[in-house]
Design a protein around this ligand. Structure first.
Ligand code: 8YV
Length: 315
């Protein structure tokens, strides 16, 4: 029997591509010198799209694939996939929840500690001989015991909160609804949460519901000198307002793993000395990426075997 043909939108590790190539015919769109020519040639036979959190599957693409049966996302966030189109055309969408939660929460804390305690600058201070030449580096900012506001207390937000408890932080959160199982103070919006936040960490899911969620009003409501961390999606933030607050020092420090228009981010971020940058790498450990790939493949295998999908996102 012919192998099902899949369109692979973004680069995947060889440890996924190799076993997938045995079961499927893979069309690697990201590696094609002429993506349009590749698409024109294979579109009528494509039965599945494999995509990633940061790379989308648009209606314009999917309507060119008359045999499309499944969209499998290598990532938990499916904001870049046109789910309304998928629902209307009976195409299931799967993602990779849970397996990446703890690593993303680790990264939120790594970024928070990195920017507050000036870890990149500390490293440079030693390497550049400034310790010998100038003595101690400038003093840094305390993290433990501070007031933390988490925007979005889903799986990742809760994992951030668990870590924050170990740092004796005083935790509050905002989200669509209060979580009755948790005693942290609830606020209905980031603007309402902001006055509490010496540190604000954004863990909200992306997509239309959270577009511009952390807006100018929320940023203006932060106490002066706040620290802002984002491990969710750049689209959750009004970046112009964030940049203005960083320029003024209203937000003293920011640590960002996600941006609008990745990877060609607003170049001003890289010019600001009070920002720590990461290239959308929060889930990027070998162990988690292997687990994400395995779960994505389980979803594909279940689909083509006619079995229930392990982690389908309900339309
Ligand atoms: C990316 C993510 O998918 O899970 C998500 O929503 O954004 C990330 O884990 C990852 O970078 C793989 O490309």
């Amino acid at each position: 029997m012919d192998k099902p043909e899949l369109l692979v939108m973004g680069e995947l590790p060889d440890w996924d591509l190799a076993p997938m190539a045995e079961r499927y015919t893979l069309h690697l769109l990201y590696a094609a010198p002429e993506p349009e020519a590749l698409l024109a040639a294979c579109a009528p036979r494509i039965r599945g799209i494999v995509t990633k959190g940061e790379i989308g599957a648009s209606a314009a693409l999917m309507q060119r694939l008359p045999r499309l049966e499944i969209v499998a996302c290598y990532g938990v966030g499916v904001d870049a996939i046109d789910r309304a189109w998928c629902a209307a055309h009976g195409v299931p969408v799967t993602n990779t929840p849970d397996v990446l939660t703890e690593d993303v929460a680790d990264m939120a804390f790594a970024l928070l500690l990195g920017v507050a305690r000036r870890i990149p600058q500390a490293d440079a201070w030693v390497r550049e001989g400034r310790w010998v030449g100038e003595g101690s580096m400038p003093l840094t900012t305390r993290v433990w015991g501070r007031r933390l506001g988490i925007v979005g207390l889903g799986r990742i937000g809760r994992a951030v909160a668990r870590r924050a408890e170990g740092f004796d932080m005083r935790i509050a959160y905002s989200g669509r609804s209060p979580k009755p199982d948790l005693s942290y103070a609830y606020h209905p919006s980031p603007a309402a949460l902001a006055p509490h936040c010496e540190v604000m960490v954004c863990c909200a899911m992306g997509g239309p519901a959270t577009e511009g969620l952390i807006d100018r009003a929320a940023i203006d409501a932060l106490p002066p000198g706040a620290i802002f961390v984002n491990v969710s999606r750049g689209s959750c933030v009004d970046e112009a307002a964030l940049l203005a607050a960083l320029r003024e020092g209203w937000i003293a420090l920011a640590a960002l793993d996600v941006f609008r228009n990745e990877p060609a981010i607003d170049p001003e971020f890289a010019r600001l000395p009070n920002v720590l940058l990461a290239p959308h790498a929060a889930s990027g450990t070998v162990a988690t990426r292997q687990a994400m790939g395995a779960l994505m493949q389980e979803n594909l295998a279940a689909h083509f075997a006619g079995q229930p999908l392990p982690t389908e996102i309900r339309p």
